[in-house]
Design a protein around this ligand. Structure first.
Ligand SMILES: [Mn+2]
Length: 340
């Protein structure tokens, strides 16, 4: 028996969602700062589904949509948050759905508006360590993508309402968050869901091309700078790259252009921990990747971050780049050496 045919542990949450979706009228959907394919694909799929139920839905994000995901606007428009246009929409919504994060810290400028709204709050996510802010949580830490949980929810509510367009958005969510189906949580269920999406007409190579093969030369030059900075430590078990502010200025790129870059560190044989440091205007962001049993999220927690076991991140404000790199690399060496 495959996992697909088992009773979902989330079915209680799905039933609660069903009655909320039936009773309430206006919905706001959002995701984390610097949204990725999973966050945007999940909220777009949910919004298109809600519209087909005759509901009002607004997708409002803290950050602008990265260029390679803008095509999802044709499935459902994604708006960039502004206080003037959206404060009332958020305050007056019946329901707010937060997808792909469970930490209000990651809503940044939208945080107070979301937390102060009287709306019923639903959190759909696959990260560890959920914060207490929502009325209903649909969390499955074993899922490789929030898009998978959204697929299961929508199939529970009405499998016939999963149109080709909704399937496209869910495919984007799952394909990007599984690293094109190669990260460890990718399993029988993931491929089963993908088969269902393809049966609805999804064209994998067309979507892959839109996301990964229509990038800018500037982004590739930024990758060049990251690769030039590559160093290893702990006898090649730790690999790390550092991008100072000047790298972005010189290549005319932005933080979002570092998306997926860290995976380059993991392509080196023997590397068990990969790090990418990005200098921000007021601090440093570090992304962590690990192989096997090494807990990248535990390492991230030491620096105020969180995430999954093999992929995590942290942001530290008011810190110098080189001191922070040194601190994190020192701890990464300890984690890498403890691994056998
Ligand atoms: Mn995700």
């Amino acid at each position: 028996m495959t996992k697909l045919s088992m009773t979902s542990p989330l079915s209680g949450g799905f039933e609660a969602c069903k009655s909320i979706f039936e009773q309430k009228h206006s919905f706001v959907l959002t995701t984390h700062v610097n949204p990725d394919g999973d966050g945007i694909g999940s909220e777009v799929a949910l919004a298109a589904f809600l519209r087909s139920m005759g509901k009002e839905a607004a997708v409002i994000n803290q950050s602008e949509t990265p260029a390679n995901y803008v095509f999802l606007n044709s499935i459902y428009p994604v708006q960039h948050f502004s206080r003037e246009r959206h404060a009332n929409v958020i305050a007056n919504a019946d329901v707010i759905i937060v997808a792909d994060t469970n930490s209000p810290l990651r809503f940044t400028a939208m945080k107070d508006f979301v937390l102060q709204s009287k709306a019923y709050k639903i959190c759909i996510d696959h990260h560890l360590d959920q914060a207490e802010f929502a009325d209903l949580y649909l969390i499955d830490e074993s899922s490789p993508a929030t898009g998978e949980i959204v697929y299961r929810l929508l199939s529970y509510l009405d499998p016939h309402a999963i149109t080709r367009q909704i399937a496209d958005a869910l495919y984007v969510a799952i394909m990007t968050d599984t690293g094109s189906f190669r990260f460890p949580k990718t399993d029988v269920e993931t491929h089963g869901i993908i088969a269902e999406l393809l049966a609805r007409g999804v064209d994998p190579s067309a979507l892959y091309q839109k996301i990964f093969e229509e990038g800018s030369i500037n982004k590739l030059k930024l990758l060049g700078k990251a690769l030039e900075s590559l160093k290893t430590a702990a006898d090649g078990k730790v690999a790390y790259m550092v991008l100072p502010r000047s790298a972005f200025a010189e290549t005319v790129t932005v933080e979002a252009d570092t998306d997926n870059m860290i995976n380059q560190t993991m392509s080196i044989g023997g590397v068990v921990i990969g790090l990418l440091f990005v200098e921000l205007e007021d601090g440093v962001k570090v992304s962590f990747r690990s192989k096997g049993s090494i807990a990248a999220n535990e390492l991230a927690k030491e620096f105020g971050g969180n995430g999954h076991k093999n992929a995590a991140g942290a942001r530290k404000h008011a810190t110098g780049l080189s001191e922070f790199v040194q601190q994190v690399v020192e701890r990464a060496i300890v984690y890498a050496r403890a691994d056998h």
